[in-house]
Design a protein around this ligand. Structure first.
Ligand code: PLP
Length: 366
């Protein structure tokens, strides 16, 4: 039996009757845009994040773009983030007309290196926002990051697309910065049945701007305060997310169980990507690293096991970076990580026998 990187079938089967019921309600109501389901999910997701407000939107990339917009970041501004992330983080910066300033990651955790951030803040001018990325379900050390941001009076947007429910010093991911963005892409820890996203904030002004921006800049039906866009959260997706949300903590706990088991069983020579001290991670990915990554991956494939690479080409090495005319930079830790990282199958339903099979396949490929 093949072991996929992620298996959603079992998760969905566990809540299937509730999913059908919720979707049938939407169909019966014929309210296919907006409506109570969306605002109920927004309330519930804000409560889950232990934050005052959540605003649903079309996807996690739009969430980032609209968050930057709401903070007034645009042409001529610069935004610090990492290159070791999914391209959307940087794409959103480019989309609002700003320039990305990419810094290296910590060699142990592979999230933003705060020393590199500090150097960028001291050296560069025109920086108007910082986007820390809580990669793999781990978190950036947000106390240190917020101290630097506050010192320079620069707002922070947490890219929380991979860390729904994680905690740092007991606080939920997404409650440290002025704004946080989430993706509910099907493969994320909380996934919809298509594209969906949200922005979380404690700032009522940001909330009001975003609620209008995602809906053609309007606060009333045909009165448009500014030119916005169309990036609303579908009621059908909100209905799916409302069914799944109450299970998220249990599912995240299941991911931690799988990670602990890998940690215990994997051979010494396979380096684990570390968790930030004081963080309770949610293991969106379980990532190891090895100079013979491609060989291990091939061995796993031969044994019928899917592994992933997040991400094989850093953003500053992408054709898109050059095509846009951004200058060549070198980020040694990021570049080495791209050659060595390997994501192993991780989902709450993965059995101990399956985990053992993955570990055995790694051992024999070495
Ligand atoms: C998935 C992801 C996004 C983008 O989310 P979409 O909903 O796919 O647009 C942004 N940042 C990170 C780190 C992601 O993993």
């Amino acid at each position: 039996m093949r072991i996929p990187l992620l298996d959603l079938k079992q998760q969905i089967q566990g809540v299937e009757p509730a999913l059908h019921e919720a979707m049938e309600e939407i169909i019966a109501s014929t309210a296919f845009v907006g409506g109570a389901v969306v605002s109920e999910f927004e309330r519930e997701f804000a409560a889950y994040c232990e934050a005052p407000f959540a605003i649903g939107c079309g996807n996690g990339t739009d969430a980032l773009e609209m968050a930057l917009d709401a903070l007034g970041v645009g042409k001529g501004d610069r935004v610090v983030t990492v290159s070791h992330t999914f391209i959307a983080t940087v794409e959103a910066i480019v989309s609002v007309g700003a320039e990305p300033v990419l810094v290296d990651v910590d060699p142990g955790t592979l999230v933003m290196d705060l020393n590199a951030l500090e150097r960028a803040l001291d050296r560069e001018s025109g920086i108007r926002a910082i986007i820390p990325v809580h990669l793999y379900g781990n978190m950036v050390p947000m106390d240190g990051l917020m101290a630097l941001a506050d010192k320079h009076r620069i707002p922070v947007i947490e890219d929380t697309a991979q860390a729904h429910g994680a905690r740092y010093l007991g606080r939920r991911a997404g409650t440290f910065g002025q704004v946080a963005t989430f993706s509910f892409f099907p493969g994320k820890n909380l996934g919809a049945f298509g594209d969906a996203g949200a922005v979380v904030t404690r700032d009522p002004d940001v909330r009001a701007k975003l609620a209008a921006r995602r809906d053609h800049g309007r606060r009333e039906k045909y009165k448009h305060d500014f030119f916005g866009r169309n990036s609303r959260l579908d009621p059908l997706q909100a209905a799916v997310l409302r069914v799944k949300l109450p299970h998220l903590d249990t599912w995240n706990e299941g991911r931690r169980r799988v990670a602990a088991r890998y940690h215990e069983l994997l051979p010494r020579e396979v380096e684990r990507v570390q968790v930030t001290p004081s963080c309770e991670p949610v293991y969106h990915q379980y990532v190891v690293r090895h100079p013979l990554r491609d060989k291990i991956r091939a061995g796993l494939a031969e044994a019928g096991i899917d592994a992933g690479v997040h991400y094989p080409i850093p953003v500053h090495k992408q054709p898109a970076w050059r095509a846009r005319g951004f200058k060549e930079i070198t980020l040694p830790v990021t570049e080495r990580a791209a050659d060595e990282v390997l994501s192993l199958p991780v989902y709450p339903e993965l059995s101990d026998a399956q985990i053992a099979r993955v570990v055995e396949a790694i051992k024999s490929s070495l």
